[in-house]
Design a protein around this ligand. Structure first.
Ligand SMILES: [Zn+2]
Length: 427
């Protein structure tokens, strides 16, 4: 099963994720110069001219997509109060670490990342590194998120004093060809001690709507950070395309989100990390219980949203305390599975649907003729249990093969020491 060294080969596999049926079926995949030139039924005994890579026994699927990451942010230590502020280290150090995190995600099989905010512009520079690399994920980025001055948001973006300044910054971002979508910070964050979002929403619906209209006129989508019903409702009414987090959303607003065909990324992972490591994060027993209640309520909302047919994506919020790059998406998928989503539906969500809804449908998310030869090989029944992701073996981009590596997970006790010395666990 030695992988090919050149990006021209033929894969023989008996379990390839079929984009139409969503099932794993036997396929012969022909790759020429990094592009898939044919996907056909696998026939026994056919003579091959190109090198054959026998992946029978493995599950072959497109690389997974994480719809919400912060590349520039170090996920450890777990205690949010012990974190470095943005720009605490030298710029070169920040850049080197961001590159390590990209590699970590890629080797965990997460081949598509959407960065939703950094104040330093690292994610926009990272677009240059990732564009033609064979061992880094495909990346899209919003650049800095835009937040109301004096309110929540300095960890993910730039402050705006008022509506005029918000619109001015949106205009400036839209003029930057690297910016693929606009990120607005439409609410505060969860106050874990109080078990809710205590701050009033920072923007009026009209402020958000003006920004959304400007982005849409330029053909760009808008993602809104939103937790707490009041602010989420304003973002939904303003017509944003993506609601990120969505903690404490009401059923009525979720119905409106589904009716408007907006996309919700629930990001269970960052709250789960605080709950499962409550003591190390400095939370008392009462707060830990509240965190559990928040997660349970969110899981119930997930089931309600699925019942409505709402569009939902898997996004980890990697970079949040305890949410690693690559490993965070595994964790998020496991939590979505625990909340009752079927593994096969989640695989579709994290591949085909993610690529389509994030505007990358033409280049990734499906194994089809004419697409780049991007796929992962997993030695376990992922369609039955996403825990099998731990048995990922190979990661391929543009026909170039890399051995998979296990990412840091929230549950790894030694992850705390990962910090400034990126290193990877070996299988
Ligand atoms: Zn985030």
């Amino acid at each position: 099963m030695t992988p090919p060294c050149q990006p021209t080969f033929v894969v023989h596999a008996d379990r390839v994720l079929d984009p139409d049926s969503g099932r794993f079926v036997p396929r012969r995949i022909e790759v020429r110069d990094g592009t898939i030139v044919s996907v056909a039924p696998l026939e026994a005994g056919a003579e091959e001219r190109a090198e054959v890579w026998d992946l029978r026994g493995m599950r072959i699927l497109p690389p997974l997509a994480d719809s919400h990451v912060h590349l520039y942010f170090e996920p450890w230590p777990l205690d949010p109060k012990a974190r470095d502020l943005p720009a605490a280290s030298a710029t070169e150090t920040d850049f080197a670490h961001a590159r390590e995190r990209l590699g970590e995600a890629f080797h965990a099989g997460v081949g598509v990342l959407r960065d939703l905010g950094d104040p330093l512009g690292i994610s926009l520079t990272a677009l240059e590194w990732t564009a033609n690399a064979h061992d880094l994920p495909r990346l899209i980025a919003s650049g800095p998120g835009l937040f109301r001055e004096g309110r929540y948001g300095r960890f993910i973006g730039c402050p705006c004093a008022d509506r005029a300044s918000l619109l001015e910054q949106v205009r400036a971002l839209l003029a930057d060809p690297r910016v693929q979508l606009i990120k607005l910070v439409a609410t505060g964050i969860i106050n874990f001690k109080k078990g809710g979002v205590s701050a009033a929403p920072p923007w009026e619906t009209d402020d958000l709507k003006a920004a959304v209209d400007m982005a849409h006129a330029a053909g760009k989508a808008v993602a809104a950070h939103g937790s707490g019903e009041a602010g989420i409702r304003r973002a939904v009414d303003a017509g944003v395309d993506f609601i990120e987090h969505g903690y404490f959303i009401s059923k009525a607003t979720m119905e409106e989100l589904a009716r408007r065909d907006l996309v919700w990324t629930p990001t269970f992972a960052p709250v789960h990390a605080q709950w499962s490591h409550a003591e190390r994060c400095g939370w008392d027993a009462e707060t830990q219980m509240r965190l559990r209640g928040i997660l349970d309520g969110h899981a119930e909302m997930l089931r309600f949203a699925r019942g409505l047919g709402a569009r939902i994506l898997a996004g980890s919020d990697a970079g949040s305390p305890g949410v690693g790059h690559g490993g965070g998406l595994w964790q998020e998928l496991w939590l979505l599975q625990e909340a009752g989503s079927e593994p096969a539906a989640l695989l579709r969500m994290a591949t085909l649907q993610a690529a389509a809804w994030m505007g990358l449908g033409a280049s990734c998310g499906q194994l089809r003729h004419g697409r780049p030869a991007d796929f992962i090989a997993v030695d376990g029944p992922v369609e039955q249990d996403l825990r099998a992701l731990e048995r990922i073996r190979w990661v391929v981009r543009d026909g170039r093969v890399s051995a998979a590596r296990k990412p840091w997970l929230e549950s790894d006790p030694e992850a705390e020491t990962y910090g400034l010395q990126p290193a990877h666990k070996e299988f």
